[in-house]
Design a protein. Structure first.
Length: 143
């Protein structure tokens, strides 16, 4: 499909930061006019072993009364000992303190779909062949 007359499309892998900021502000303005202020706040939970080495971590964001879990990683030596669940539950507890009503996350078939199901998350979307031969699933949980 061609753009409207007089509009030029440009492909960019690293656009000018000012353009990125302008697009972000325009989208935020539109979203807030439709759904109210997002009041977006980052949320990090960091885990260290007794020697101070990084053992795991969670990066999330709360907005519109939901927690989005963007990253959850546990060091190989610490896996299957409850650290992932502890990280997730700590983030959920903070999300509740922030007034969140739920949490959501996406994960790949080679990552942790079983883990999120065991933590009470319910799948609400799946995209097959991402990556090829695998799938990506979105999970949610009411807090």
């Amino acid at each position: 499909m061609t753009p409207p007359a007089g509009i030029a499309l440009t492909l960019a892998t690293e656009p000018d930061p000012a353009i990125v900021d302008a697009l972000g502000e325009a989208l935020a303005t539109f979203n807030e006019s439709a759904a109210g202020p997002a009041e977006s706040r980052p949320l990090w939970i960091i885990a260290r072993d007794p020697r101070g080495h990084l053992a795991g971590g969670l990066r999330g964001q709360t907005f519109w009364h939901w927690l989005f879990v963007a990253w959850l990683w546990v060091d190989e030596a610490q896996r299957r000992q409850g650290l992932g669940a502890a990280l997730l539950h700590a983030a959920e507890d903070e999300a509740r303190r922030r007034g969140c009503i739920g949490a959501y996350v996406d994960t790949y078939s080679f990552q942790a779909p079983g883990f999120y199901a065991r933590q009470g998350y319910t799948p609400f979307g799946r995209l097959d062949d991402l990556p090829p031969g695998g799938f990506r699933t979105w999970f949610a949980k009411r807090l």
